[in-house]
Design a protein around this ligand. Sequence first.
Ligand code: SAM
Length: 264
Amino acid sequence: MNLHFREPAKKSLGQHFLHERGIVEKILLAVDPKPGDRLVEIGPGQGAMTFPLLDRHGTLTAIEFDRDLLAPLTEQARAHGALTLIHADVLNVDFTELAGDGGPIRLVGNLPYNLSSPILFHALDHAAAIRDMHFMLQKEVVDRMAAGPGSKVYGRLSVMLQAYCQVSALFTVAPGAFRPPPKVDSAVVRLVPRPADAVGIRDPRRFADLVRAAFGQRRKTLRNALQTLCDSDAITAAGIDPQARAEQLPVTDFIRLANQTGTA
Ligand code: SAM
């Protein structure tokens, strides 16, 4: 047992601490920090990634919600580098403010799985302040994030993330790499936000509403699923078959549909 961290893992905070050195190495290789990079870790826990990142990079900001972990993290970090620890719920952290004028930040985290989607959508809200993200998540979530049209798991999460980011599933991690082991496989994913002009979405709210409605009733045709947002003629005018289902539609079609049928 790590003498600095005496508290048992808290299930309510999604605490599964990584202990497999080989996986930490693979994450470090994927992140590949370069001098001047501004690394921000979400949920440092007992420092499995924090200390190796500090050894490699020298400085790091980390956001941790569990008060009991703050003192041991601070104490142990001294031997590794300069850690700025923020005690907060990550969903309340304004990444744009955190980035300030210093250039975009790079987010890293073995995320609490119960908060995966809220954290991903929170990051999307601050995409312009983020250079990239490397997250460990439930493998099933990563599969959904990276899925393409026609896949059974292609859905709202796939379209929303892929519209704003390049999404790459990197590698899978077995439960035994964590203490306590989660019940499911995990995977590491890289997200690179696209510049706003490359995204090309005129009205982000309309786009989000349209995607939500389209997948809210996945088995329905677009014509039926979208009836409160646009009519069949408008869908046809955007070059899309109103009889198609959301799960068949590429991300670019969702963007065109939102842009051409929106009022903004
Ligand atoms: N990074 C560590 C590792 O790999 O061993 C810990 C990962 S553990 C899966 C998730 C971490 O996120 C825990 O340290 C937990 O306390 C923290 N956490 C949970 N909810 C949080 C929140 N809302 N904001 C910030 N951190 C949170």
